[in-house]
Design a protein around this ligand. Structure first.
Ligand code: ATP
Ligand code: MG
Ligand code: MG
Ligand code: MG
Length: 488
């Protein structure tokens, strides 16, 4: 099943169940305290908090998302993209878990051709490959899974509040979650369900049951429940790419129909082969990880540009700049020194245009943005290379490693990536004082975080949304870019 068919089946199913189809909001978050839209629920936050009255009691969407917090996972796990699409169904004080759970199951397991009795089409997953988790004290959800849906008890696992509880870290709404996992089979890892192995058992869908009023919250796992909420809500998120991976029978989200063509083009340009390995011991692992990262980041850059983000030195523009630079650097480390980004985003455009026609309609403008950015970065690299070469020559002469200060200055002042410093120094037979470099990076990061905190401290109300999103199991922290992208 193609990605676009996953979307249409999603909307057909939830329309038949009385949900209003809501188009994806922009990747630039409609919620002002967040840089990017990080989950399907973000555009609906005012309805969940009661700040606004929802115009419909139930809604469904397929939301474009960016999660920079997952950037270091990209290419290393099979399941984390910086850009992905989250299919969500939402109830604002309407149905609750007794309907949300059976609907999720029905949609996943009904055949692709459709159920003759109901006429509804589903994703046709083998029920025996599905595992579910519930919050350890949520007997209600446990019983719905076991008794109404008929999931055998061996495949229902209870997780604690660390994983399966949602709240805002403040007095207010909260509630348990339940997640659905797909068993990819014994060749992907050990038996025992998601509690044993989250690589073999891949989380595909998270259901959040907003159900209680919390009077005090001391930590993620330590809180007091004051009583039930008058109006209970549902927030779910199914990862479209993860489902596509399962339905298309491929090993990772980077091999699905909307991403694989970019990966293939990158491999072709670099003259390397992709072997789809997840094993770090495999000799081709580093190349595969790099290709997966390049494919993912290229798509994220295209989608950000198409939502109006432009490379810059702050906010979302800075994230875009880093994504593009990581692609170019990745290609360079695969041996490609020419300008190739226009070629890569063209491959991504072709893979995405069926679902997002704007990427084709306005491609000339998007490509121009990308090419300008690439040219600027290639100039930076060539200027940095001259400086690096003289630092390397000096180090060689004195028989000592390239200093951490030199590596840091190259990075900090000249924008020259540390990965490239390491690789080029190694080629010249010179080692690098990485410990000092890392220490200087950490000090700089701490300064940046202190600055960011000082800037935010005047906005108490936006902080609440940060917390809301930081701790939502269908969401992620807003401003962690500095901490997670250490190198570029
Ligand atoms: P994981 O534990 O695998 O990191 P998560 O618990 O952080 O996932 P949620 O916040 O529950 O994910 O998001 C809801 C769904 O969105 C997930 O069940 C998954 O299918 C999908 N999803 C989350 N993060 C990503 C990502 N980085 N790339 C692709 N899909 C994702
Ligand atoms: Mg996650
Ligand atoms: Mg999870
Ligand atoms: Mg989850």
């Amino acid at each position: 099943m193609k990605s676009q068919d996953i979307t249409s089946t999603w909307h057909d199913y939830f329309s038949a169940k009385g949900h209003t189809k809501v188009p994806s909001a922009s990747l630039v978050s409609p919620e002002p305290s967040l840089l990017f839209t990080i989950a399907g629920m973000v555009p609906f936050i005012p309805y969940f908090t009661g700040a606004e009255t929802p115009p419909y009691p139930r809604a469904a969407s397929v939301q474009k998302c960016i999660r920079t917090e997952d950037i270091e996972e990209v290419g290393k796990t099979a399941r984390h993209g910086t850009f992905f699409q989250m299919c969500g169904n939402f109830s604002f004080g309407d149905y609750f878990k007794e309907q949300a759970i059976p609907m999720a199951w029905e949609l996943l397991t009904t055949s692709v051709q459709g159920d003759p009795a109901t006429g509804l089409r589903g994703y046709g997953l083998d029920p025996e490959r599905l595992w579910v988790t519930v919050y350890e004290h949520d007997d209600e959800a446990y019983e719905i899974w076991r008794d109404s849906v008929g999931v055998p008890e061996e495949r229902i696992q209870r997780f604690d509040a660390e994983d399966n509880y949602w709240h805002t870290h403040q007095p207010g709404p909260g509630g348990p979650c339940s997640e659905i996992y797909y068993d990819r089979g014994p060749s992907y890892g050990v038996e025992g369900g998601p509690a044993a192995d989250e690589t073999r058992y891949v989380e595909i869908w998270n259901l959040v049951f907003m159900q209680y009023r919390l009077s005090e919250v001391r930590s993620q796992t330590d809180f007091d429940v004051a009583g039930p909420l008058k109006s209970k809500s549902i927030d779910t998120g199914l990862g479209l790419e993860r489902l596509a991976m399962v339905l298309q029978g491929v090993d990772s989200i980077y091999e699905t129909d909307q991403v694989r063509p970019v990966l293939d083009r990158a491999a072709e340009l670099a003259g390397v082969s992709y072997t789809s390995t997840e094993d770090p011991q495999d000799p081709n692992h580093a190349v595969d990880v790099r290709l997966r990262m390049i494919a993912d980041h290229t798509r994220s850059a295209l989608m950000l540009i198409s939502d109006g983000v432009r490379p810059s030195n702050e906010g979302g523009g800075y994230i875009l700049r880093r994504l593009i630079r990581r692609v170019i650097l990745g290609m360079r480390l695969l041996g490609v020194e020419d300008a190739v980004f226009a070629d890569l985003i063209a491959a991504s455009k072709d893979a995405m245009k069926a679902v997002y026609p704007v990427v084709e309609e306005r491609f000339d403008a998007f490509r121009a943005t990308a090419v300008r950015e690439e040219q600027a970065f290639l100039r930076t690299i060539s200027a940095g290379t001259t400086r690096l070469e003289s630092a390397v020559a000096q180090a060689k002469q004195s028989g000592s490693p390239l200093t951490g200060d030199d590596a840091f200055a190259l990075h900090d002042t000249y924008g020259f990536p540390i990965d490239l410093t390491l690789e080029m120094a190694e080629e010249a037979g010179v080692s690098v004082d990485q410990a000092t470099f890392t220490q200087l990076m950490t000090e700089q990061r701490n300064r940046a975080q202190a600055d960011a905190k000082a800037k935010r401290s005047g906005h108490a109300n936006t902080e609440m949304y940060h917390q809301l999103l930081a701790d939502s199991p269908t969401a992620f922290t807003g401003y962690t870019e500095e901490a997670t992208e250490s190198h570029i």
